[in-house]
Design a binder for this molecule. Structure first.
Ligand SMILES: Cc1cc2nc3c(=O)[nH]c(=O)nc-3n(C[C@H](O)[C@H](O)[C@H](O)COP(=O)(O)OP(=O)(O)OC[C@H]3O[C@@H](n4cnc5c(N)ncnc54)[C@H](O)[C@@H]3O)c2cc1C
Length: 513
């Protein structure tokens, strides 16, 4: 994940303007309530003659035209409209449609099907294998769907699928409300939530997808069309289950997301730095044995760099004294430099963001879930790979799971399976300079080899992978991402996308294929 060492605490108080523009067209429709209990449900009444939207499988739709903000290769804005966050991957789509309302998405999907053009769905552009873009195809981009409707009394937020995480966190923060997101503000809320979504609030509020109680989604319909579905725990509940952890580009194009949100007035944000890797074993071992079992209000990350160990912790509704007390086992190791900040979650979150232009151009990550504490040997692997890392922006990133709220599934269940993990772990490397094409090329082979060998060396100690940080070339990726849920995902795919319109390198195939 991101290199947090450059976080600037001083910026924390600078409130960031959020995209809280209400888009009335987007916000039509009721807000689903939340039930208190429940369990996983089956695939709702599949019928072989119709698809998930109820349309006959062979039904034809009127000819569609592209609408919205359309960018083609001949337009001056094309290079920036096409470029993703990870510049390692460059694509040349035929056309990019920036939807301004749901109907633009319906038109784009229908047009793609009627013209037999490959399609990809895109929101925040952070796909770590470049899979939200495609050569010669259409990119259906929802990032300009920025509506937000927050009902503080009902603790429900319905937002457009184009918000990024910073916009979502700061918008909710204005109401002293929160839902779990990942740590990097520029990541799309859609992409993060639909693949699971974890961050500092995961142990307190569950996964981002656990807070998702409804969605508007455009699915393929009939032989060549598209249709809008409203999904909640009672309507198309099987599809909601699938969207909670396997929704990225697999079933349709999500145009709005409805979250259950929680009150959160303030957090204590703790940052600690140990210079050098001399304390690595003691810091890592202490962290992995206490942080996953600590007070569930405490979310923590350890990042091991070439010449530093960094720790970040957020204690929801906590004071400085309480945070220091909880973290005493860790902070008493060696002589870390420690800072503590108390503030609203929106302000703290905005304060630790790094501008994208300051980040390396190219990135490669490898995702792994960890069930048992790393033995000394595994921690040594981390130390020796980092000491020998080919770029300064290399790290080993972690996020504590353990006994937090992410253990409890929401009503209706989710496709996300890694609830009992001790922590998430991720070797990562960044290189090259943004705005200078080819600047990283000389390092690309070494960087790719380093991360492949690093993740391979940790394989004996890990189990499972994170679909939002896909591992290309991994055998049995289906099982690694979704475990036993994969079979059910394939059935739901067959119901809602029987023609396999939504497909990419590691997409869920329909059960009948
Ligand atoms: C720097 C960095 C830090 C990260 N930190 C975290 C973290 O702390 N926690 C965490 O959980 N994850 C983290 N991630 C992973 C992140 O969750 C995924 O990269 C996420 O899928 C990106 O979503 P996006 O919308 O930005 O990307 P996109 O490239 O737009 O989309 C990613 C995938 O989602 C699909 N998709 C996007 N929008 C929709 C939609 N509306 N409907 C259907 N499918 C859609 C795309 O087709 C694609 O398959 C991080 C990633 C990066 C690059």
């Amino acid at each position: 994940m991101r290199d947090l060492s450059r976080r600037n605490l001083l910026k924390a108080s600078a409130a960031v303007g959020a995209g809280a523009v209400v888009a009335p067209g987007l916000m039509a429709g009721g807000t689903p309530g939340i039930a208190a209990d429940g369990s996983g449900v089956g695939v709702d009444g599949p019928d072989s003659a119709v698809d998930g939207s109820g349309a006959p499988l062979g039904a034809r739709h009127p000819k569609a035209k592209l609408t919205g903000r359309i960018v083609r290769p001949q337009n001056p804005g094309y290079p920036s409209a096409s470029l993703g966050w990870d510049e390692l991957f460059v694509h040349y789509p035929l056309v990019i449609v920036f939807a301004q309302e749901t109907q633009d998405v319906v038109n784009a999907l229908t047009w793609a099907r009627q013209n037999n053009v490959a399609l990809r769905v895109r929101s925040g552009r952070h796909s770590l294998e470049g899979w939200s873009n495609v050569d010669n195809g259409i990119v259906i981009d929802v990032s300009e769907l920025k509506g937000a409707h927050i009902d503080p009394a009902a603790r429900i937020a319905r937002v457009g699928a184009g918000l990024n995480q910073l916009e979502a966190v700061t918008t909710l923060g204005e109401y002293d409300l929160a839902a779990t997101t990942g740590t990097e503000g520029s990541v799309g809320l859609s992409g993060a939530t639909l693949g699971g979504g974890f961050g500092f609030l995961t142990r307190y509020l569950g996964m981002a997808c656990d807070n998702l109680v409804g969605a508007e989604i455009v699915v393929a319909s009939g032989a060549d069309g598209a249709e809008v579905l409203q999904v909640d725990p009672w309507k198309h509940s099987d599809l909601l289950w699938a969207l909670r952890g396997a929704g990225n580009g697999n079933f349709g194009i999500v145009t709005s997301l409805t979250y259950k949100v929680a009150p959160l007035k303030r957090v204590a944000y703790v940052q600690a730095t140990w210079e050098g890797l001399g304390d690595l074993y003691r810091v890592f071992d202490t962290w992995q044995r206490f942080a996953p079992f600590a007070d569930p209000r405490l979310g923590t990350q350890v990042e091991v760099h070439k010449s530093q160990i960094l720790f970040f912790g957020v204690l929801a509704e906590g004071s400085e004294a309480e945070a220091r007390h909880l973290l005493e086992p860790l902070l008493s190791i060696g002589r870390p430099e420690v800072t503590v900040q108390i503030g609203g979650w929106g302000d703290v979150y905005a304060g630790f963001q790094i501008p994208t232009e300051d980040e390396p151009a190219n990135w490669k990550f490898f995702s792994q879930f960890v069930q048992e504490p790393f033995p000394r040997r595994a921690i040594s692997v981390i130390g020796s790979f980092l000491a020998d890392a080919p770029s300064e922006d290399s790290n080993y990133f972690t996020q504590a799971f353990g006994t937090g709220m992410q253990r409890r599934e929401p009503f209706g269940g989710t496709a996300f399976p890694h609830r009992d993990s001790l922590f998430y772990g991720e070797p990562g490397i960044g290189w090259g300079t943004r705005g200078e094409p080819d600047s990283g090329d000389a390092l690309t082979a070494r960087a790719q080899t380093w991360i492949a060998e690093f993740s391979q060396a940790l394989r004996p100690y890990v189990d499972g992978a994170y679909v939002n940080v896909p591992n290309i070339g991994m055998a049995e990726w289906e099982k690694a991402y979704w475990g036993h849920n994969f079979a059910r995902l394939r059935k739901i795919k067959a119901k809602y996308d029987p023609h396999n319109v939504f497909q990419y390198e590691q997409s869920v195939p329909p059960a009948t294929c």
